[in-house]
Structure formats: C-alpha cells, structure tokens
Design a protein around this ligand. Structure first.
Ligand code: ATP
Ligand code: MG
Length: 365
C-alpha cells in the first residue's frame, strides 16, 4: 500500500431537481468507498451552475468556467433542466459546452439487468433474461452539431434547418473506441447503427468508415442495423446484442430504451470520456432532473452510484477496478435484498438505498 493516499480532485455540478439529491448520495457512497479502501481520497468542489441560478444571473457557467473545470481530475454531474427554462437553453448552457470543450467525444452507457430488478422483458415468458450491453455514443458531432438556423420565424413561411456534421476524424475515433470496447468483452461483438437508407450523406460515411476500421479488428464479429429495426431487436432479441455504436442522437434514444428495458431510467449510468485523458472526463446518470419527483427524497440513486463506479474505474486507470467492482456488488446486494425505490416497484427512499449501499460497501470491500 502506498504511504501517501492518492487525492482525486472532483468538480461536482449537482444542477437541478433530483440532480441535487443523487449527487449528494453519490458523494456519500464515494466517500465511504475511499474510507474503506484507504488508498485514496476525494477532494470535492461544488459548482452551483443550475437553472435556478441561470434565471437570477443570466448565465449557467461563468466565462472562465471551462478553465476552472480543467483543474480537476474528473467532473461529477447531476442533471440540468427545469420547466421554466426551455430545454435547448439549459442543454446548450451547460452540459453540451462541457462535453465539447473537454474533448469528451465518447459517451459510454452500459446496461444490464441488476440482481433483484425485474425487466419488462422478463414479464414476457418467451424472452430470455439475458441483456448485457454497452452503448457507445458519439458525443461530439452529428445531429448535435448545433448548426443551422431559422428564417421567417414567426410567420407562416418559417423554415428551420438543423444541420448534422459528420467528419472522418470524428467517425474513425468513435469506431475505434467501439471496437476496442467490444474487444474487452466476452462476446467480442459490435453492432453499428445508422439510418443510412434515408440519410444519404453522413450516415453513408458512417457505413464506409465502419467497414474500413472493421478490417483492423478481424477478431470482432460485427453487424449493422438501421435504427428503427434496432429498437425491435432490442426488445425481441436482446441476447443477440453486445457492444453497440451509434450517433449522438440515435444512441441517446436507444439508451433511454435500454434503460427502460433494464428496469428503470433511474439505474442507467453514463461516462463522458476524453480517451486521450487531456481533459477531465464527466460522469452522470442518464436521467434528467425529473421535476415531478424533485425534492421528495424518492429519486433512485442507483444510476448515480453506477456512474460513480465508472468514475472510480476511470480515475484508477486499471488500479481501482476492484473498488469499482466492489461498489457494483454492493449495489446489487441491495437491489437483491429488495431495498429499492418506487420506480423499481419498491418502497424505499433515496436515503435508505444510500445507507444500505454504504453498509454493503463495508462488507464487500
Ligand atoms: P432530459 O431532457 O434531461 O433527458 P427527460 O425529460 O428525458 O430529461 P427525466 O428527467 O430523465 O426526463 O425523467 C423522466 C421521468 O422518469 C421523470 O419525470 C421521473 O418520473 C422518472 N425518473 C427519472 N429519473 C429517475 C430516478 N432517478 N428515480 C426515479 N424516477 C426517475
Ligand atoms: Mg431524456
């Protein structure tokens, strides 16, 4: 054991609604992990960049916000968005600029059915329970390029364009990341998703570059799907999928479906990665601020804990996998024991699930 503890400096952005509740829960669990493991510790720094403060101050992030974030080892993000601010303002005020400025061109979204959680698929007797996927989302370009405009806005002649941008550099790097991910998984299988029958420029470039990169990975089995047919396959044949790579928009939609199939949107994690490690990566559950349950103390913190496990794995860069695995085991012991929030048909609140996971960490680690 090293004589000095490693210190990880983490920027937290709790944001809005249940983002605040689940960030607090994640910090509690991460501090518990560090205390029990004993080789590292976290130094937390909270940023109050939220929709409420945007309404008062007129900005989500200050002008030097990115410079401030660059000083950290990682960013832990809750959720952003509130009904009194248009969604495209909050998204473009905070989370999308961070992903873009921090070179977080990959968004990794694992999905599997945790012990003790019932998938809607297992209610159908014909379906196998086997669902274990990693969705690799292109996180920097495509449909979220933010290009386009509106003319004659408030007239009957209004026209808006939303331009997707796909580059060879952008596509190649996400394909390589996806193949490398598939290589580390037991099934060594990659499914590439597009809509290249209807979208004849960018999606066709995806197809072309996918075939080029696939030649570098002869040991990976691959196939291609159109995104509409993919939704059917995810429901009808979940066991035939493993690693999935898709564009910014397609993967966003598919990962909400994946979360629902694994039991609830409240359990799904995500990692926004800069694979070059030049900038801090950012970890966040995939769900939003959920105004309908905000402030009630009933948000499911499992997606936040799973994201926390992925943050530990990333920070350790191979040396803390046992700690991340320990957290996942603690989470599954808790769900298996039936300590679950209402979205999973349980009756526990956020605090009870958090305390149960902290207790299991002491047993598991
Ligand atoms: P975003 O635009 O940020 O993706 P969204 O509009 O897609 O947000 P969410 O906030 O993700 O919506 O959630 C949709 C609904 O799912 C919520 O209103 C809530 O009922 C439920 N939900 C989301 N996250 C959780 C959670 N962690 N625990 C329990 N229920 C949740
Ligand atoms: Mg959503």
């Amino acid at each position: 054991m090293p004589s000095e503890k490693r210190v990880y400096k983490i920027a937290t952005i709790p944001g809005d609604g249940i983002g605040v509740d689940i960030t607090e829960a994640a910090i509690q669990v991460l501090d518990k992990l560090a205390a029990v493991d004993g080789t590292f510790t976290f130094q937390w720094n909270e940023f109050d960049w939220s929709s409420k403060n945007f309404k008062e101050r007129g900005w989500y992030m200050p002008p030097d916000g990115m410079e401030q974030l660059k000083k950290f080892n990682a960013i832990y993000f809750g959720a952003v968005g509130w009904p009194d601010v248009a969604d495209h303002i909050s998204l473009w005020g905070l989370i999308l600029p961070i992903r873009n400025s921090m070179n977080q061109y990959v968004n990794v979204r694992p999905t599997r059915i945790l012990r003790g959680i019932t998938s809607p698929l297992s209610q159908c007797a014909k379906q196998p329970r086997d669902l274990d996927w990693v969705i690799v989302r292109e996180n920097s370009e495509g449909e979220y390029a933010g290009q386009g405009g509106t003319t004659h806005g408030h007239t009957p002649h209004a026209v808006a364009t939303e331009v997707s941008i796909f580059t060879r550099v952008g596509i190649e790097r996400i394909m390589r990341f996806a193949f490398d991910t598939a290589k580390l998984r037991p099934r060594k299988k990659l499914t590439m998703v597009t809509k290249s029958n209807a979208q004849r420029h960018g999606m066709v470039l995806w197809d072309t570059i996918f075939h080029d990169v696939a030649k570098e990975y002869p040991d990976i089995t691959w196939d291609k799907m159109l995104v509409d047919a993919m939704t059917v396959r995810m429901v009808n044949q979940p066991q035939t999928l493993d690693t999935i790579v898709a564009t910014n928009l397609h993967a966003d939609i598919l990962s909400d479906l994946a979360a629902a199939l694994s039991g609830s949107i409240g359990i799904a994690p995500s990692s926004n990665l800069d694979p070059t490690r030049g900038c801090p990566s950012m970890f966040e559950p995939i769900h939003g601020s959920a105004p309908d349950i905000a402030g009630k103390g009933i948000a499911n913190p499992v997606g936040a804990f799973w994201s926390a496990a992925e943050m530990v794995r990333w920070l350790g860069n191979g040396e803390l996998d046992h700690v991340a695995d320990g957290l996942m085991e603690a989470i599954e012991k808790v769900t298996e024991a039936g300590v679950k929030t209402r979205d999973l048909a349980g009756s526990s609140n956020t605090k009870e699930v958090t305390e149960a996971v902290c207790k299991e960490i002491e047993v598991v680690l």
